[in-house]
Design a protein. Structure first.
Length: 169
């Protein structure tokens, strides 16, 4: 009985200590990012990148930002020049059947000011995930691949927004 009382009195101290440790090491929950005020007028220019455009729109909404429709009103321009999605075989079983795929998504972008001058070096953001595959569950694995693809796009969009945090105007 004494041991339980001792453990119960020690638990709050352990929780407080772990919280202070995580805060001290720089850990933060993923959520909204502190963005400069100039980002209230962002224009996303995408010629051949329809996948990331939708994910960026959702990410802007999460940050309470609304991108402008007219490039002339923008204070910041995100130019997405290229995106690619690939599925590569990662491992094959003894019978020659695919057991795992690696899903790769890459987006190339430039961050420009209203005059069209680069505010940062051109950036390439790679995102990858692994997909275990079972030929007996084709429909389920196709759905899982779509889910992973959506997560990869959301991750890429969040990376873009985090990079905007450090752009100097």
């Amino acid at each position: 009985m004494r041991v339980f009382r001792w453990l119960r009195s020690l638990l709050p101290s352990l929780m407080l200590g772990s919280l202070l440790f995580m805060n001290g090491c720089g850990f933060h929950l993923r959520g909204s990012v502190e963005l400069p005020p100039a980002l209230s007028a962002v224009y996303v220019e995408q010629q051949q990148a329809p996948l990331i455009a939708e994910a960026l729109a959702r990410a802007f909404t999460e940050q309470q930002l609304s991108p402008v429709e007219d490039k002339a009103q923008a204070q910041l321009i995100i130019r997405v020049s290229q995106e690619s999605y690939q599925r590569q075989v990662l491992s094959v079983g003894a019978t020659g059947n695919v057991q795992e795929y690696q899903l790769n998504y890459t987006v190339k972008l430039d961050i420009l000011d209203a005059k069209g001058e680069a505010l940062a070096e051109p950036q390439t953001l790679p995102v990858s995930r692994e997909l275990r595959y079972d030929s007996a569950e084709v429909v389920a694995k196709a759905g899982e691949e779509q889910q992973l693809k959506s997560e990869m796009l959301a991750d890429a969009a969040r990376q873009i927004i985090r990079r905007l945090q450090f752009v100097e105007f």
